[in-house]
Design a protein around this ligand. Structure first.
Ligand SMILES: CC(C)(COP(=O)(O)OP(=O)(O)OC[C@H]1O[C@@H](n2cnc3c(N)ncnc32)[C@H](O)[C@@H]1OP(=O)(O)O)[C@@H](O)C(=O)NCCC(=O)NCCS
Length: 180
């Protein structure tokens, strides 16, 4: 997969196995997983295996989460972007928008910035008709972001006993380059 996205402060590029140490630092933090319904990783090997899954998604669907870096320092911030999601909603598959950052970078607007670029990429370059997202109903920050970037609250659903908010956004432009 050959894609590079750029925002004012960030650039995003495909994840590689060279990112495993950064993934481990991010995903070994229990605070990162509070609303994700999974456990922190405990070894770099586990992060490598998760990256292997992402590389397979790139091959299978031509889309997947992207690693995100600060332009000014080159630091790994986290991942963001689209994923062809086949498991979260039992009834259908969809293109999911998501983000996950190292804790030290929270609260700077980076997730919002990357999410807007990901929507733009999905509608403009991938020509998707619809992008969706989900957030645990108690995850105030993620719900705030999804509403702020213009995704439509579209009900709730249950996933493994947790109630989640469901968001959708359809391509709403014809000739213009951006849906915003
Ligand atoms: C969720 C996460 C990606 C947010 O990243 P971030 O870069 O800190 O988010 P941003 O700074 O872009 O936006 C956060 C927004 O939430 C708002 N916010 C934060 N705390 C809030 C609160 N208690 N109540 C209401 N809004 C709140 C912020 O003010 C900000 O909005 P603003 O830009 O309008 O001020 C990050 O916390 C993370 O990686 N968490 C762990 C993984 C995760 O939960 N991923 C999402 C799964 S759905």
């Amino acid at each position: 997969m050959n894609v590079k996205l750029e925002t004012k402060r960030l650039y995003l590029r495909p994840i590689t196995q060279n990112d495993a140490q950064d993934f481990f630092e991010m995903d070994s933090n229990p605070k990162v997983h509070i609303f994700l319904g999974n456990n922190p990783v405990t070894s770099v090997e586990q992060s490598k295996s998760k990256i292997e899954g992402i590389l397979q998604q790139y091959k299978d669907y031509g889309v997947g989460r992207l690693a995100m870096f600060k332009k000014d320092t080159g630091e790994f911030v986290g991942w963001s972007g689209l994923k062809y999601e086949r498991e979260l909603r039992k009834e259908f598959n969809y293109y999911d928008l998501g983000y996950r950052l190292k804790e030290e970078f929270w609260g700077n607007g980076y997730a919002t910035e990357a999410a807007i670029a990901s929507l733009d990429y999905g509608f403009k370059d991938l020509e998707l008709e619809e992008i969706c997202a989900a957030a645990h109903i108690n995850h105030i920050v993620s719900n705030t972001i999804l509403k702020k970037i213009g995704m439509h609250p579209s009900g709730t659903f249950e996933y493994e006993g947790d109630l989640c908010n469901w968001y959708t956004l359809k391509k709403i432009f014809t000739n213009s380059k951006t849906p915003f």
